[in-house]
Design a protein around this ligand. Structure first.
Ligand code: AMP
Length: 399
């Protein structure tokens, strides 16, 4: 059985074709600058690059899908004879509101709900809908499609964790609350962590998962279920990210809007695109550039790095209190899987909990590895995430 996994952004379309017999990636790729001019990258499952940033006219998501179809069924990148070999399509959908605590098969009701939640995720949900609509146009209505929500796994949070101290009516009228994101990633790595702890059902475990990438979030899990997470109504909350500020005093927003005459959209851009590691360092949002600049003695790059570590450690301390202790901590995503320096620093910052880093084991990149010593009071693991596989597995289960 082959499943096509789609992650549609406002001007992009990422795809993976996964053969579920063995869970192998058959082909994957990316349509970029959709609606602008169009660049197309297509690779085979073994990593062979069929084309890279090829200029292809892609005025909308439907033409992007046509390009994906062409690449999968013809030429050097051909992996299937016909689209009918694809059994189902799984879509990453960013915001599923309070309604969806698991993945669902897409029907009219689901589409309506995703559309309604556009107010909570104005940048993301319209793009997800475009992806679903374009898939329907390309594949027809016969093929089953599934929505896998970024927010779903966090729906186990209690009210005390997901509400903010605003008038309660804003929650009931507008759904203003913490939803959390990266749910598929936290779910994937926490399940593996529970297995590594010898408790596959999660019962009796207290875990903190750290998804550290361009966008970053932590989740605190008790008995395998999320009780708190750093991202909020939108993916802006939490700690310093590549270009996002993370949590700030909310009054700063109104102050800056008045002082600089910024519109809500402009203020949103400042906090989402010009802040975080980029805003503080003035160098880059990319961790590799930050470490290079730090090593050259750039003080603001070092400040950005230190601020992020400080903020993460504060969240972890808070979550340890909320969990009543800690059994394991997991690092994942681009930075979490590759940046041994940050992992070492964070684990050393947790030595008060009896955490003991295994410096040799910590040199690992991109594979499952325990990085604490056998006598460490809390175990730490690197566990590579695989959100596409979560989407493919849920899709298979639902059809
Ligand atoms: P993601 O959003 O999960 O793709 O993560 C992107 C982030 O991971 C960027 O800040 C990259 O600098 C960082 N990253 C990716 N590979 C490495 C690496 N080998 N060493 C350090 N950082 C990396």
């Amino acid at each position: 059985m082959k499943i096509l996994v789609i992650n549609a952004g406002s001007s992009s379309l990422k795809y993976q074709l996964i053969d579920m017999d063995g869970e192998q990636v058959v082909a994957k790729g990316l349509c970029e600058r959709v609606g602008i001019d169009g660049k197309f990258t297509h690779k085979l499952g073994d990593g062979t690059v069929v084309c890279k940033e090829l200029e292809v006219d892609m005025p909308d998501h439907t033409t992007a899908f046509a390009q994906v179809k062409k690449a999968l069924t013809t030429g050097e990148g051909k992996v299937i004879n016909d689209l009918s070999e694809i059994t189902a399509i799984g879509h990453r959908v960013v915001q599923g509101g309070s309604k969806y605590d698991r993945s669902v098969r897409i029907d009219e009701e689901v589409l309506k709900a995703v559309r309604e939640y556009e107010v909570l995720a104005p940048l993301h949900n319209p793009a997800c809908l475009k992806g679903i609509e374009a898939a329907t146009e390309t594949f027809g209505t016969e093929i089953p499609q599934v929505a896998v929500f970024d927010t779903a796994f966090h729906q186990t949070m209690p009210e005390v964790a997901y509400l903010w101290g605003l008038p309660y009516e804003y929650y009931t009228d507008y759904g203003i609350r913490r939803y959390g994101y990266h749910g598929s990633s936290h779910r994937f790595v926490s399940a593996i962590c529970c297995e590594l702890l010898g408790k596959p059902d999660g019962k009796g475990t207290r875990i903190i998962t750290c998804h550290l990438g361009n966008g970053s979030s932590l989740a605190a899990l008790k008995d395998g279920k999320v009780i708190d997470t750093t991202m909020g109504m939108t993916p802006l909350d939490g700690f310093l990210m590549g270009t996002r500020s993370g949590a700030i005093d909310p009054s700063v927003v109104t102050f800056l809007m008045e002082k600089e005459g910024l519109t809500p959209k402009q203020m949103d851009d400042v906090m989402n695109k010009k802040s975080g590691m980029l805003g503080i360092s003035g160098v880059s949002s990319d961790d590799r550039d930050i470490t290079a600049a730090m090593d050259e003695g750039n003080p603001r790059a070092k400040l950005a790095w230190d601020m992020r570590s400080y903020q993460i450690l504060k969240y972890i301390g808070g979550y340890v209190a909320a969990l009543g202790g800690l059994d394991a901590i997991v690092f994942t995503a681009g930075i979490g899987e590759n940046q041994d320096r940050l992992r070492a620093e964070l684990l050393e910052g947790l030595s008060y909990l009896g955490v003991k880093l295994d410096a040799e084991a910590n040199k690992v990149r991109g594979q499952i590895q325990e990085i604490t010593t056998p006598d460490s009071a809390v175990r730490a693991f690197v566990i590579p995430t695989n959100e596409e596989l979560v989407i493919a597995r849920d899709t298979k289960a639902l059809i």
